[in-house]
Ligand binder design. Structure first.
Ligand code: ADP
Ligand code: MG
Length: 246
């Protein structure tokens, strides 16, 4: 397996490259110069305390929120300057997004929820349902195909949400605390399913979490602190400093 460091040595262009992102909400500076690379096919965990700007960073990278300053480069395209139409096209074809909970359409069955992105992208009903069924199968929830979100467990709903995010075979999936509302067993099952599916499809995953056990599923982990991205946790930096001091 190629590690992210080897990729850097090889000079591989990252899938997404964010540099110096700043974003404020009123007087709250959510991001104060955040920089991050997401490599092709890697699973990257972004960890940080509540309010540290994790969701804001994800939204900027996925083209949901425009940063006040800084650059988001996606294959030579500057997303911070792209039109709304282009961003929504990218969200339909190239990116998939999963939130903590509640993002499925309650009136639709699991199968229809997963088929929806394909139908929006212009697929016909038959093939869309066929493919949606295959993705439910991959996430171990084919048996729930005809259930509505209210009839499923939290873990099942999240697996359906992941199937929906991956069904268009995007280049990147952005998952914002996808296991945050689950107990640890359900969380681990969801993560195992996500990691397998992403590896099979070669999809990069930006995984936001504040749970070290969930971050352990990633290839690489970075920490968001004071609105910037760090390659070590706060106590790790303290240990590092203490070592240098003697
Ligand atoms: P995290 O996901 O790490 O909990 P967020 O990115 O959601 O952090 O938020 C970072 C900071 O920005 C917080 O102080 C939060 O209250 C603020 N914030 C985020 N989104 C908004 C918004 N839409 N309006 C006002 N403040 C916001
Ligand atoms: Mg958040």
């Amino acid at each position: 397996m190629i590690t992210p460091d080897e990729r850097l040595v090889a000079g591989e262009t990252p899938l997404l490259r964010a540099r110096g992102l700043k974003k404020s909400y009123g007087r709250t500076e959510a991001l104060r110069g955040a920089s991050l690379d997401l490599h092709k096919g890697e699973i990257l965990a972004v960890t940080g305390t509540s309010g540290s700007g994790k969701s804001t960073l994800l939204h900027c990278l996925a083209g949901i929120v425009r940063p006040d300053e800084g650059v988001v480069d996606y294959g030579g395209e500057q997303l911070d300057r792209s039109s709304e139409a282009r961003l929504s096209e990218l969200r339909r074809h190239d990116f998939g997004v999963v939130f903590q909970f509640g993002q499925l359409i309650p009136e639709l069955t699991a199968l229809d929820n997963v088929a929806m992105p394909l139908l929006l992208a212009g697929a016909r009903r038959g093939p869309a349902h066929q493919k949606a069924g295959e993705w439910l199968e991959r996430f171990g929830v084919r048996g729930q195909a005809d259930l509505r979100p209210g009839e499923m467990s939290g873990g099942q709903s999240q697996r359906v949400a992941l199937a929906r995010a991956l069904v268009t075979e995007p280049k990147a999936v952005f998952a914002d605390e996808p296991t945050g509302a689950l107990d640890s067993l359900a969380g681990e099952q969801v993560m195992t399913a996500l990691v397998h599916a992403a590896r099979d499809a070669g999809t990069a995953v930006l995984l936001i979490t504040h749970d070290a056990q969930i971050a352990a599923y990633a290839d690489r982990e970075v920490w968001l602190r004071d609105g910037a991205v760090h390659s070590a946790p706060a106590d790790g930096l303290a240990r590092e400093a203490a070592r240098h001091e003697g």
